[in-house]
Design a binder for this molecule. Structure first.
Ligand SMILES: NC(=O)c1ccc[n+]([C@@H]2O[C@H](COP(=O)([O-])OP(=O)(O)OC[C@H]3O[C@@H](n4cnc5c(N)ncnc54)[C@H](O)[C@@H]3O)[C@@H](O)[C@H]2O)c1
Length: 520
């Protein structure tokens, strides 16, 4: 890549030979110029520098200010770290570095460099915020006056990210184009990174994807619009959800209606009208009564009269929601029903904390034996993650990805699988491989919802080597999830369903065997 600059005069007004055919940036040349003013031509150091840096390349030209063409230095290779590079970005010998160091030691003080450490800027000859400010300012003004094109030095490794130059929006762009091309920075930048992480790494065939759901997602229709398509495409292999999301999902599976409303309506008036509100969603109070009655009827059945994991409980509920949907002629309305059909196990971290749990508890008062056993949940979820890493059934190691919508207790329930495997069961493991979270929660309150992936590393939840594959988007998940879903479905073919629900016995056997071996 070539850029143009302006050759510069020395003190006597002549253009030194070396200004005229060199390969370096305008700023670097100015920086080098300041060296020459300090190193007298009679100084052997001066001669050495000239000889070494210029070789036989210099060609004389006359005139006080001559526009020249020069090539931008190539980026550093791995073996050419800045400290091993010469003034013009060429590899230099140890002796040359020592000569440069001697030279630069009387070149400028820390104060001259604006307080920057010299080591941060190598020999101080690369353009940087350090260095003589007046000379830099003057050089920029000279370039402007000469009509030379300004070129920023881009050799820093920090400047290797794509240049910000989004395509003009014209109404024809797809979600993929918007995310890849328009979402440049801030939270849109994180969403782009999340979409790319999800699509390019988490959806590889050897990755098992666990998703956690908090926040009122299903009431807003995200079960139908996003979660069902993701499950059917094989993009989500297991789920941990609040009971609330599964309870409200069931309204749709039973053909009950939720409506767009507004957040400013009087709640006293709504109560008088028998209307229930979730922010700007309205629904009839009878939706709750009908859904409660459905769950009680189902849970009274014989197959529920025992202790079971929440995955079993939701699988059984899903079976009945699916059946009701078929009777009513409903298709793809319920997350529970779709997960049942696709063999996607759904766990809940706090079974009592929802209307479903409230109905289970009510049935216990009339002698019901249904019990959702948290011990089974803790071990089953750990067995899924261990199986993901060991590659149960495939004979090859795999990876574990966690995709977190919101935060809350489901977030921890998914992430604690790794400390359960390592710290509690004593099985050697390293942590989840991929971490994607969409949340509104802050890290500085110390709460789990806002805890960063880096903090999770310290608990053994995330593999420290995989930290670059962790993205947190500070966004409303009701906006992020549809975009992530559309992006993934556009960019990836469906994956084969892993049907982890059916594999639970084998996965538990693997966990037990490794536990016994580790503790023998
Ligand atoms: N009827 C029921 O069964 C029942 C029971 C409990 C809760 N609920 C309702 O269900 C909803 C969900 O409750 P919850 O337990 O998930 O707690 P929550 O809504 O407080 O969410 C938990 C975490 O997710 C984050 N979060 C929530 N919404 C988000 C969003 N849109 N985008 C990004 N981050 C978000 C929050 O910051 C928090 O960290 C609430 O509206 C609650 O009133 C219903």
């Amino acid at each position: 890549m070539t850029t143009s600059g302006t050759a510069r005069q020395d003190r006597d007004g002549a253009v030194p030979l070396f200004w005229q055919s060199l390969s370096f940036e305008v700023e670097e040349r100015d920086s080098f110029g300041s060296i020459l003013r300090e190193a007298h031509p009679g100084d052997p150091c001066f001669a050495n520098i000239l000889k070494r840096k210029l070789g036989r390349k210099a060609e004389a030209r006359d005139g006080p200010a001559v526009p020249v063409h020069h090539e931008r230095p190539r980026p550093y290779s791995k073996s050419e770290t800045p400290s091993r590079m010469g003034i013009f970005g060429r590899a230099v010998t140890h002796d040359q570095i020592m000569t440069d160091k001697r030279h630069s030691s009387h070149q400028s003080s820390s104060r001259d460099r604006g307080g920057f450490k010299a080591s941060r800027h190598g020999t101080g000859k690369r353009s940087s915020a350090a260095g003589p400010k007046a000379a830099q300012k003057k050089a920029a003004e000279e370039r402007e006056a000469a009509g030379a094109r300004h070129v920023a030095a881009e050799s820093s490794r920090f400047l290797r990210g794509a240049r910000i130059a989004p395509r003009r929006i014209d109404g024809t762009e797809t979600v993929v184009q918007l995310i890849d091309g328009t979402f440049q920075a801030y939270n849109s930048g994180r969403l782009r990174e999340a979409a790319q992480l999800f699509t390019e790494k988490m959806l590889e065939p050897d990755v098992t994807v666990g998703m956690t759901l908090t926040g009122a997602l299903t009431p807003a229709g995200l079960g139908m619009s996003c979660l069902i398509p993701l499950i059917e495409a094989g993009f989500v292999d297991w789920i941990i959800s609040t009971g609330a999301n599964l309870y409200h999902d069931t309204h749709f599976g039973l053909g009950l209606a939720m409506h767009r409303g507004n957040p400013t309506e009087s709640d006293v008036v709504l109560r008088e009208e028998g209307v229930v509100r979730i922010y700007d969603i309205f629904f009839d109070y009878d939706v709750l009564l009908s859904t409660d009655a459905f769950f009680r009827q189902v849970i009274r059945g014989r197959e529920f009269q025992r202790a079971m994991s929440s995955a079993e409980f939701h699988w059984l509920c899903g079976k009945y929601v699916d059946e009701r949907g078929r009777v009513l002629g409903l298709k793809d309305k319920s997350l529970l029903a779709t997960a049942y059909r696709c063999g996607v196990p759904i766990y809940t971290s706090s079974p009592g904390d929802s209307s479903i749990g409230m109905n289970v508890a009510a049935l216990a008062l009339e002698g019901g034996k249904c019990l959702i056993d948290p011990n089974q949940d803790v071990n089953e979820t750990a067995s899924i993650v261990l199986g993901a890493k060991r590659g149960v059934g495939k004979g090859t190691a795999g990876k574990s990805a966690i995709m977190i919508m919101g935060g809350g207790s489901p977030k921890n329930f998914a992430l604690q699988t790794e400390p359960q495997i390592q710290e509690v069961l004593g099985i050697d493991e390293k942590g989840h491989d991929y971490f994607l979270q969409v949340t509104d929660a802050r890290p500085d309150t110390g709460g789990l919802s806002g805890a960063t992936p880096a903090e999770a590393v310290s608990w053994g939840k995330i593999d420290p080597d995989r930290l670059p594959d962790a993205v947190v988007c500070y966004l409303d998940s009701t906006i992020a999830l549809p975009l992530l879903t559309s992006y993934a479905l556009a960019r990836r073919k469906p994956r084969a369903l892993k049907r982890l629900y059916d594999k639970r016995p084998a996965l538990m056997e693997r966990l037990k065997a490794e536990f016994r071996k580790a503790n023998a």
